[in-house]
Design a protein around this ligand. Structure first.
Ligand code: ADP
Ligand code: MG
Length: 687
């Protein structure tokens, strides 16, 4: 702490070169030099002038030009944000934390002081914080306690082109807020609100379609930062590749043997592919002749630990080629230096609401083809520091048939949690001024809005007139999926809050608890038997949590890790779940739920609490041995990874559905059929 300056005032001195108050290391000087070299640095004065002049500014600039890291610092250093904090929103958690970390280094402060972040289940900020990186989801939650976002004087909506559901909700709410906080200058302002704390909005994006944002904000000014893009040679594969990880590996070693030095960035859809390709590359790299340079692999994906992310940024050692395996997080949110070659599998994972199934839809993560706009962004990563090359593992024809850009999430994702949040703000999705409106014409169950309302009604969060209920308000306070929030609220009646918190915190962590290694299937099954509970996966999770807690109480760090490895359990998930649980305990305290109440041996109560949350995710056994949804017509099978996969029970609840060639239920538990008769929602439905 000795190194961190006490106020932003003393910081301003540093940057202007008027003499630092503490001696600076060579590293700090180098970082400042890097800052000055960024393309955006030249436009600093003009940018600040425009932001000062306008209520809303739209800033477009190539990835890596310095938007996310520099603009908030420029605003801080210029004194434009005197009355409040500067928020920078990010669609992804990793981007928010790693960029905050970087900006803290650039400001020479410890993270959480002047520069902080807030993401779900993790926050580093203090009374000193002036620049806060947060996920779009976090700031939408903040609306509930501070509807005018009065703690912020500048809100920077970053990566707006991604059009995530939360970013769209934020953009709509910011327009409303600005009309209240800046009434004189806003064309739609009513002129009756407090003007002492006006709000400035900056929308930043890496792609060129800014007109829509500008139109939405009363023709706001659009500014462009010129990037420093060198030519990138693009190679398409001659024929389509069936196995993209295998193709990526062959391409990587071709580059490694034939091409001049330079690091390689491989875009893959998700964590599993990344980890399996990393293993293969490391294995083959060991067999290379000794005259070849070394291969160093790094990974970057959403669920990864912070410390691992930083590895990708450290300089490549001499005589080594770095190979970074990443999801589309490296497309526009995070820029890694030193990349000369890009390998693009052409795939990404995207949340998609499947509505084609009769009786309601569900969200699922699908691996799908990227858009043209993504393909161009990915190729661009190779040309930041010099000429580069991009190897597309798909044909030119395939590129030509890709969609130009993606569809906004609001048109393709489940809206349950968002509608609940909006209800707390007294807003209806139907009435909100959105950039794109989801389909409201039909109230058929398949439509996302109707389906979300039905789910909220089933949870008891809204009543028959779609009005928020007191328990709905409680559910919204939890940073959880409404289903799990409902289970926690229900656990109070059943007296099993302690167990329900154990389960939902594991289910809300970013990685799965049980690790599946296909080559060691028998060993995995054997190890899992120890935790397996006859009633299904939820109590199996609970058993694992209890076992880990016992181990953690008596063993040291090393034996804990060893125990997890032996039982194919992800220790990171346990640790993350422990933090999540702590936060849920705080929320429980606020609404008078006693978290120490435990069901002890009466585990049936735990299942019933979960049943309240998952009532919409339930199915009854049919004569032919399949399960049919209670709330729809869909036939579901129990996922082979579930502890209930070879057992037939009269009724099940499940965490989610996964769509491959069949529809599989995952996270499945057996529940007495009679449970459903006790639910008001079911009684009303029958009536
Ligand atoms: P933009 O938002 O325009 O895409 P950024 O502000 O994210 O640009 O990036 C500016 C520069 O900061 C890039 O050159 C990037 O490599 C560098 N940078 C970002 N994070 C780190 C980090 N953790 N370590 C080192 N350099 C970083
Ligand atoms: Mg950025």
């Amino acid at each position: 702490l000795a190194n961190s300056p006490g106020s932003s005032q003393s910081k301003r001195g540093h940057i202007n070169g008027s003499g630092p108050s503490t001696p600076h290391t060579a590293k700090f000087k180098a970082v400042q030099e890097q800052r000055k070299q960024l393309p955006i640095a030249k436009g600093r004065e003009a940018l600040i002038e425009e932001i000062n002049k306008n209520n809303v500014t739209i800033l477009l600039g190539e990835t890596g030009s310095g938007k996310t890291t520099q603009v908030p610092q420029y605003i801080l250093e210029s004194g434009l944000a005197r009355n409040g904090m500067i928020a920078v929103t990010q669609p992804r958690k990793v981007a928010a934390t790693s960029l905050a970390q970087r900006v803290a280094v650039e400001q020479n402060v410890s993270l959480g002081d002047l520069v902080g972040y807030a993401v779900r289940f993790d926050e580093k900020s203090s009374a000193q914080t002036r620049i806060k990186y947060l996920t779009d989801g976090m700031i939408v939650r903040e609306l509930m306690s501070d509807p005018l976002l009065s703690n912020y004087s500048v809100i920077i909506v970053d990566e707006a082109h991604e059009r995530t559901l939360r970013t769209d909700l934020l953009i709509a709410n910011l327009k409303k807020i600005q009309a209240k906080r800046n009434p004189k200058t806003d064309p739609k302002g009513k002129g009756n609100a407090d003007t002492s704390n006006p709000l400035k909005i900056v929308i930043m994006s890496a792609t060129l379609d800014a007109e829509k944002f500008s139109k939405f904000y009363h023709n706001a000014k659009i500014l462009y930062v010129k990037g420093r893009q060198h030519p990138v040679k693009i190679y398409h594969s001659a024929e389509s590749q069936l196995d993209y990880t295998d193709a990526a590996m062959r391409t990587f070693f071709q580059i490694h043997t034939d091409q001049p030095p330079g690091d390689v960035l491989i875009f893959l859809p998700g964590q599993e592919d990344i980890e399996s390709l990393q293993k293969s590359i490391e294995l083959y790299a060991k067999q290379l002749p000794s005259d070849k340079s070394e291969v160093l692999t790094c990974t970057m994906f959403a669920a990864q630990e912070h410390s691992q992310n930083n590895k990708a940024f450290s300089p490549t050692p001499p005589n080594t080629r770095k190979c970074i395996l990443a999801t589309n997080i490296a497309e526009t949110s995070i820029t890694i230096p030193g990349i000369k070659y890009v390998i693009d599998t052409g795939k990404c994972k995207e949340k998609q609401y499947l509505a084609r199934i009769s009786g309601g839809g569900f969200d699922t993560l699908l691996t799908r083809d990227i858009t043209k706009s993504s393909a161009m962004q990915r190729a661009g990563r190779a040309g930041r520091e010099g000429t580069g090359a991009c190897f597309r593992l798909y044909t030119e024809d395939a590129f030509n048939t890709m969609a130009v850009s993606g569809e906004p999430e609001i048109l393709r994702c489940s809206l349950t949690s968002s509608i609940l949040n909006l209800k707390c703000l007294g807003q209806n999705l139907e009435e909100l001024d959105l950039m794109d409106k989801p389909d409201l014409d039909s109230m058929a169950d398949l439509k996302p809005v109707a389906s979300a309302l039905k789910t909220l009604w089933l949870l008891g969060a809204i009543d028959n007139h779609q009005k928020l209920t007191p328990s709905g308000r409680q559910m919204a306070l939890f940073p959880l999926e409404p289903q799990y929030a409902c289970a926690v609220v229900a656990s109070k009646e059943y007296g099993c809050t302690s167990e329900v918190l154990d389960i939902v915190s594991v289910l809300s962590a970013s990685s799965k608890l049980f690790i599946d290694i296909s080559e060691q299937r028998d060993a995995v099954t054997e190890a899992r038997r120890k935790f397996r509970h006859p009633s299904g996966d939820h109590l199996t999770v609970l058993n694992a949590v209890k076992a880990y807690r016992d181990i953690a109480a008596s063993e040291n760090k090393h034996s804990r890790r060893e125990w997890c490895r032996k039982h194919f359990l992800n220790e990171r998930t346990f640790l993350e779940a422990r933090d999540i649980r702590e936060q849920l305990v705080v929320t429980c305290g606020r609404i008078g739920i006693d978290v120490s109440v435990s069901a002890k041996e009466n585990e049936d109560l735990v299942i019933r609490s979960m049943g309240h949350g998952l009532a919409g995710n339930s199915a009854f056994l049919q004569a032919d041995g399949t399960y049919k949804q209670t709330m729809g017509q869909t036939i579901v099978k129990v996922h082979p990874g579930s502890s209930l996969c070879d057992k037939k029970v009269p009724a099940i609840i499940y965490d989610d559905l996964m769509y491959t060639n069949q529809i599989y239920a995952r996270g499945v538990s057996s529940i007495p059929k009679s449970f459903f008769l006790s639910l008001d929602a079911f009684k009303q439905r029958k009536a």
